[in-house]
Ligand binder design. Structure first.
Ligand SMILES: [Zn+2]
Length: 351
């Protein structure tokens, strides 16, 4: 899922985004609640009509942003105690103007009903990494109690509501969180609290603990992941859905994902390069422009460079998922994975 934090996927128009063939995009409840605000979204009839987007939208609960943005600000030394966690909900300071807000599980479902997303996430407690077993256990328990309240607050059957499995990097907590979340018979299951700074190997290990406990007939979503390698590895472990800012954020920095690995388009070696970013890619950028031209746009600070790079990276990710689905359908995922690594590591292995 391309990430459309504030009602837009950064640097691309709707048609450009559609040309990369996404199946669904993600919107951020925290950001949309603060700006433009739920009264604006309500006035425009929800996010689909506000941004003129017909395909599905998944919204996160805002919990992750509440915790992570507060941490970022306190690191910068600007403010203290910007998040107050209680049984009732979470009180937090806006990263925009410092005003105080209070999210409860019920309010977060209500906001997402106004947004009108197709898949909603319940408010959860996402502890940082590393965290003690005790704090991680409290987060699991509170997330489960909040899920119960979210389920009760939900008013329609048109929108799906997932459960979120927490438990940090503790296998016993992950197991318990998964089993008790599944007992609540949700529409799908998210694996939260990973990709928060832990080593990739730990993320894979936790996924291996959780996925076998989730029902086969419901989607499994690994939140906030990841690199192309992370995606291939997690699909191998049974995950279906992903979201990450990686393709879009990297594109704006000039880092492009290709069949043969990552490349930095700003590098001097591309100055006279007349080949496309990725010769195996069918995107608008690769069909029309050279690496040399893209490099020039980035070095000249032209915003079109960011747009063209974003189109390519989004198409790279959606093509990766298409290839994965085909390989699974044909029963040759293991071979696909081997070929993926052989090709993807080839740029890295060049002298
Ligand atoms: Zn391309």
């Amino acid at each position: 899922m391309p990430v459309g934090t504030q009602g837009t996927v950064k640097a691309v128009t709707k048609d450009q985004l559609l040309s990369t063939k996404p199946q669904i995009i993600l919107g951020n409840t925290y950001h949309l609640y603060l700006r433009p605000g739920i009264e604006v979204l309500e006035y425009f009839g929800g996010l689909h009509s506000f941004m003129n987007w017909e395909l599905p939208i998944l919204t996160d609960s805002g919990g992750f942003q509440v915790f992570s943005l507060a941490k970022e600000r306190s690191r910068e030394g600007k403010h203290k105690a910007e998040v107050i966690l209680t049984e009732e909900g979470v009180k937090f300071k806006s990263h925009l103007d410092g005003s105080w807000h209070f999210f409860t599980p019920e309010l977060v479902v209500h906001i997402q009903e106004i947004i009108g997303s197709d898949i909603m996430m319940p408010l959860d407690v996402c502890p940082p990494y590393p965290v003690s077993h005790t704090t991680a256990r409290d987060a699991v328990e509170k997330t489960l109690r909040w899920l119960e309240r979210s389920k009760k607050a939900k008013k329609n059957d048109r929108q799906a509501l997932f459960g979120i499995v927490q438990g940090s990097v503790y296998p016993d907590l992950r197991k318990e969180s998964a089993l008790r979340t599944v007992e609540m018979d949700m529409d799908g299951y998210s694996i939260g609290g990973l990709s928060v700074g832990e080593p990739a190997q730990l993320m894979y290990e936790m996924t291996e603990v959780v996925v076998p406990l989730l029902p086969e007939n419901k989607p499994r979503y690994l939140m906030g992941v990841g690199t192309p390698e992370n995606i291939v590895e997690s699909v191998d472990r049974g995950v279906d859905m992903f979201d990450c800012v990686m393709p879009t954020r990297n594109a704006r920095n000039g880092t492009l994902f290709t069949t043969y690995g990552r490349l930095n388009i700003k590098a001097a070696k591309h100055r006279f390069s007349d080949i496309p970013v990725d010769e195996e890619c069918d995107c608008y950028t690769c069909r029309n422009f050279s690496r040399g031209y893209l490099r020039h746009l980035f070095n000249a600070g032209e915003i079109t460079g960011m747009t063209l790079a974003t189109i390519h990276n989004l198409r790279y990710y959606s093509r990766l998922m298409e290839d994965i689905r085909h390989a699974i359908g044909e029963g040759r995922f293991k071979e696909f994975k081997k070929e993926f690594y052989e090709k993807y590591n080839s740029l890295k292995n060049q002298p």
